[in-house]
Structure formats: C-alpha cells, structure tokens
Write a protein that binds this ligand. Sequence first.
Ligand code: CTP
Length: 402
Amino acid sequence: MRLEGKHIILGVTGSIAAYKAAYLLRGLVKEGADVQVVMTPAAKEFITPVTMSALSGRPVISEFFAANDGTWHSHVDLGQWADLMLVAPITAATIAKMATGVCDNMLITTYLSAKCPVMIAPAMDLDMFCHPSTLKNMDTLRTYGNIILEPGEGELASGLHGKGRMQEPEQIVEEVIAFFNSKKKLLNKKVLVTAGPTYEKIDPVRFIGNYSSGKMGFAIAEELASQGADVVLVTGPVRLMTNHPNITRVDVESALEMLNVSKAEFPNTDAAIMCAAVADYRPATQADQKIKRVEKDLSIQLEATDDIAACLGTMKKEGQLLVGFALETQNEMNNAVAKLQKKNLDFIVLNSLQDKGAGFGVDTNKITILSKDNKAQKFELKQKTEVAADLVGKIVEEFAKM
Ligand code: CTP
C-alpha cells in the first residue's frame, strides 16, 4: 500500500465528472490513504455524500455546521490534519474562488486554511477551460504553488470534443503516489535510530534509569520514515507509540541489549543516529531476589557499560554516517567535539541543559550540529518534530555529497 499513513482531503465540486470521484476515492483508500471528503453543495447534485462516506469510512463534510446537532466543522483543524488536499473534479467556478479567496463554502475555507500541498484536477467543457479567465485563474493558482493535473483531450459530456476531460481516477492515484515519492529524499536508505533511556537491573524490582522520554529519537524515526527511509528504531522503555509503517521497532531494556541489537543492525544500514540516553554504568551483579532493607547503608558496585556509539564508530564503513548526541551541562562545545572524535562520529548534535526548553521530557529542543570538519550550525528552540526535520535535512544533504 503506497499511501499508507497519508491524510488526504478529497474535495469534490459540481461537475459531471464527480461520479469519477467515487472511483478515485476507492483507489486512494485501497492504497492505504485516510481520506476526508469535502463536497461543495453543487457536487451533491451529481453524487451522493452517502456513497462517498461509505467509501471513505468518514462522514462527508459539506456545510460549516453539522445538520443534526449544529457542530461546527473546523476547516482549520482539517487543513492542518492533511498531507495533501486534492480537488477532483474541480470546476471553473471553484478555480475562480480559490484564485480570489471567495470563501462561501466549506471546501474553499478548507483550501485557505490548508498548510499542505494542493493538487487540482479540472473537469469542464473545452470553451470554459480555454476561457482567458479560467487560464488566468489557473496561472494564479500555480503562483500559489498548487499543482494542476492537466485535463486530457477527448469526448466531453457536452458532446463536444476537446481539452477538459478530468484525468482518469487511476492516473490521479498514480500522480498522488508520485507526488509523495518525489518529496521523499531517503528512499532506499536504511537508518538505525536508538532512543529512550536504558534500565539497568539491580534486582527483580529495581533498576537504575534516567529521565529520557524518547521523544527526540521517536521524532527522528518518524521524520526519516516520512522521507522514505527504512528505519530500525531500537528503544529503551518509553511511553510512546510508533506510527509509520516504515519503522521497525525493537524494544530493549538494558544497554547490553541495545548494544547487541545495534551491532547486529548497523552493518546493513546507511546511517545510525544514536539518540538514546544509554546508562554508562550498571550494577556489577544483579540480585536474583529482592534486596532486603538492612539497618545500615547500602553500596552497589557499578561497572561500566559499553559505549554503543563508540562501538559502531569502530565498525563504520565508507559511505556510512554515524550521528551522536551530546547532552551537556557545562563546557558544551569542547565536550561535544571530544565525543565526536572519540566515537568516530560524522556529526554530533549538542543540546545544552543550560538552554531553557531543551533536554529530557519536554517537547522542545535547541540544538547545535557540529560536524567532523569543525563546522557548527546553530538552530533556534523548536518543537522536537521540527528539530528532527532539521537534523534529517542535514543527513539528506550529507548523502547527496557522497
Ligand atoms: N552513547 C552510547 N552508549 C553509551 C553512552 C552514550 O551509544 N554507553 C551515545 C549516546 O546515545 C549519544 C552519545 O553517545 O549519542 C553521547 O552520549 P552522552 O551520554 O552525552 O556521552 P557519554 O559518552 O556517556 O559521556 P558523559 O555521560 O560522560 O557526558
């Protein structure tokens, strides 16, 4: 399924080609897309909302308010939810409204609120299509970055022959897939990501752990996957879900388990991003039974764990990228550069606990990416999802140089 995980708004307007929107919808859903249909009032004269809601598994949105209980349909939420807005078929009237911003129906307000790319598939009679006003309006939409799926030539519903036939539903589905693939810059790349804390067992009920939430590593894995990479996410105990089908998640607990999985996976990957907060020490012995309280202090002997990043650094081959993180509280730059060299990393992502909003548990992070050629790139405080996009962008750039 080539559109798995994709959120698509399918706008349908009042053209005779609206009946083909049912086939188009079926094609998108068959490829795994989650589709929300938005119909203009005129579209409902050509095809019923019942057909479209049955095929999409979601109630069709058409009015600003739901008819039964008056609930307001939020076009803003809808616009933010979507990865793509596709209007097929689109009439000359809707093209004109989109070009000029006349929001007199739910479809146009959704269009104006949409943050995602927009694709339109015109369907109209040839004279309407060739009219200077339609051509001008389409040019305006192109300047907005909207993608126009040019109509084909052929027999039209009016009986005339010429340009104005909407592309066939199967063709449009392929265009949508090609569009998503063209945005993917890491197709055929495999990336290992470590995330979260590790737990080092003291006895059957106790462990040594840390406050890492795994949010940064999970955001990186999602971003890599959405760029087309196959991701192996090796994670310590966290309360997070993975969503993307390209992510293979391996849950581990201890540093040793994380090391073993990482060593086994690394040779088959193009890059590894070491985001986990791995314990540097573990109890030298693990008690089989619960340690009982005694009336004196207790010492636990700790032994060093292996450094997973450093271990992969020794295994690294030409063409592989190794990225580490450094969480520092003082002397940040020098410490980070020392780690980069010691572990044979290509990049190290520095986050300082001195920066408010950076570090464990929070949704934001502020990073500096240091590269092995001594370049430093500083980023603002951002959401971890945006930080992930910056870092993955850097990796894409680096692959392009290879
Ligand atoms: N790391 C690792 N295995 C370890 C320790 C760290 O893979 N046993 C990785 C982390 O995932 C991170 C980088 O090494 O990418 C640096 O981790 P950090 O804890 O900042 O550094 P340490 O080398 O452990 O140094 P210190 O704790 O003394 O600052």
